[in-house]
Design a protein around this ligand. Structure first.
Ligand code: TYM
Length: 385
C-alpha cells in the first residue's frame, strides 16, 4: 500500500524523516556499559496501515516513556504478523517505511532505541518453531483473536478467501518468540494484547519447566493498560474495524471524524462523584465516552473536569465538546504530520538503516535460540559461526 505512490527501484526517493540519520552512527551501542541496570523493553506494531490513537495511547506513549527512562528498548515492525491477515501480495516495504517515519515523527529516537523489522530477524521463526513444541493447541484455540476470526468467518461466507490459517492460530507463539528472543522484561502493549502476553509467559514457563531455566519471564500487562474504544463507540479502535482516529489525520479529516461520533443519547446519570475516566466513562453512552476519553488523554484536567460538570448538569453541549476535542486532536497531530513530512531518504538509505538495526539485535537473538536448541538437545546450528 504505497500511499504516497513512491517508487522503490534502487536509489529511488523514499520519504523518511531525517531523524533516522543518527541510527546509522551506531550511537545506541554507547549504552552497552549501562546494560546491567537497564530493563529490556520490547514491543511491536503490525505495518497494516496508518497508526491510530489506540496504537499511540495504548503502546507508543509507553515506548517513549521507557526510552526516556534510559531502558534498553527494542521496537520492531511486525511484518510477519501482518501476513496473518493478508490474502494477496502487499507492499510491505513501503508500509514499513511509512511506519518508520511515523515512529520517528512520534518521538522514537533512533539513538536511544533499536528499531528493526521483524523479518530481518528470521531466527525468530526458528524460536517460534521450538516454542511450538511446548504450546498446547487447546490454549491457542481459546485465544480471543482466533475465536473472533472464526466466528466472523462463520457469519460471513464472503470472508472465505481469508481462511483460518495455521499462521493465525500460531500468532501468539510467534509473538512469544519475539518477546523471549531478546529476553524482554517489559512489554508495553495495550489492553487488547493482555491475553497474548499471558500466553507468552505461559509458554516460557512451560519451556523452562521442561528444559531448564533458559528463558527470561517477562512481566504481564499492567492493570492500567488502555483499551481505546472506536470512534463508532464500539469496544475497540482498530484498523480492521474502520473506526480509527489516525495520527496523520489532518484537521479537516479530524473534524469530520469527530463530528460523526454518535452522540444521540442525552447524558445518563453517572451515580458517582468520581472524575476518574475509568470509573465515569463506562457509565456514558459509548460515543460520548470516546469523546471524554480523548479529552482525558489530550486536555488538561481542568478542561476535562469542566466538561464533566456540563455532562452532570445535563447541559446541551455535545457540539461544543466535539469542537473542543477536534481542536485538541488536531493540535496533537499537526507536529507529528510535520515531522512525518520532514524529509526524504533513498531506498538504499532505508535498507541500510534496517540492516544496521537488525545487526544490533541479532547477537542476543542468536544466543537465545542457540541456548534453546542446546537445552532441547539438538545442539548448536552448524550453519552459524
Ligand atoms: P497491533 O499492530 O494490532 O497493535 C499495536 C499496539 O497498539 C495497541 N493497540 C491498542 N491499545 C489500546 N487501544 C486500542 N484500541 C488499541 N489498538 C491497538 C496494541 O495493544 C499493541 O500494543 N500482536 C501485536 C504486535 C506484536 C507484538 C509482538 C507486540 C507482534 N509481536 C511482541 C508486543 C510484543 C499487535 O497486535 O499489534
Amino acid at each position: 500500500m504505497a500511499e504516497n505512490g513512491m517508487r522503490l527501484e534502487s536509489g529511488a526517493a523514499v520519504s523518511l524523516s531525517s531523524g533516522f540519520i543518527p541510527f546509522l552512527s551506531g550511537a545506541s551501542e554507547i549504552r552497552g556499559s549501562m546494560a546491567t541496570q537497564q530493563k529490556i523493553i520490547l514491543s511491536g506494531i503490525r505495518p497494516t496501515g496508518r497508526l491510530h490513537y489506540g496504537n499511540y495511547f495504548g503502546a507508543i506513549r509507553h515506548f517513549l516513556r521507557l526510552q526516556e527512562q534510559g531502558e534498553r528498548c527494542y521496537y520492531f515492525i511486525a511484518d510477519y504478523h501482518a501476513l496473518t491477515t493478508v490474502t494477496e501480495r502487499q507492499d510491505f516495504f513501503q508500509q514499513t517505511v511509512d511506519m518508520l517515519r511515523t515512529y520517528v515523527a512520534c518521538g522514537l529516537d533512533p539513538v536511544k532505541s533499536v528499531i528493526y523489522r521483524q523479518s530481518d530477524l528470521p531466527v525468530t521463526a526458528e524460536l517460534s518453531l521450538l516454542l511450538g513444541m511446548v504450546t498446547n493447541i487447546g490454549h491457542l484455540e481459546r485465544g480471543t483473536t482466533y475465536k473472533d476470526k472464526m466466528s466472523k468467518l462463520q457469519e460471513d461466507p464472503r470472508a472465505e478467501g481469508n481462511p483460518l490459517s495455521y499462521g493465525l492460530l500460531g500468532y501468539p507463539v510467534l509473538m512469544a518468540a519475539d518477546i523471549l528472543i531478546v529476553r524482554a522484561d517489559i512489554v508495553p502493549v495495550g489492553d487488547d494484547q493482555r491475553q497474548h502476553l499471558e500466553m507468552a509467559i505461559d509458554i516460557a514457563q512451560k519451556f523452562n519447566h521442561r528444559f531448564g531455566d533458559i528463558l527470561n519471564i517477562p512481566h504481564g500487562v499492567g492493570r492500567d493498560a488502555l483499551r481505546l474504544p472506536g470512534l463508532d463507540g464500539s469496544v475497540k479502535m482498530g484498523k480492521s474495524e474502520s473506526n480509527t482516529l489516525d495520527l496523520l489525520d489532518d484537521p479537516a479529516a479530524v473534524l469530520k471524524k469527530i463530528k460523526a461520533v454518535p452522540t444521540t443519547t442525552d447524558p445518563l446519570p453517572l451515580e458517582t462523584e468520581s472524575n476518574d475516566p475509568d470509573v465515569v466513562l463506562p457509565k456514558m453512552p459509548p460515543g460520548v465516552g470516546v469523546l471524554y476519553r480523548l479529552l482525558s488523554l489530550l486536555a488538561s484536567e481542568d478542561v476535562y473536569v469542566d466538561f464533566l460538570g456540563k455532562y452532570r448538569r445535563g447541559e446541551k453541549f455535545y457540539g461544543t465538546l466535539k469542537k473542543s476535542v477536534a481542536e485538541y486532536v488536531s493540535a496533537f497531530n499537526v507536529p507529528i504530520i510535520e515531522k512525518y513530512n520532514d524529509s526524504a531518504n533513498t531506498e538504499e538509505f532505508v535498507k541500510d538503516f534496517l540492516r544496521t538495526n537488525a545487526q544490533k539485535v541479532t547477537p542476543v537473538a542468536l544466543e537465545t535460540v542457540e541456548r534453546c536448541r542446546d537445552a532441547m538437545g539438538i545442539g548448536h546450528s552448524l550453519y552459524r559461526a
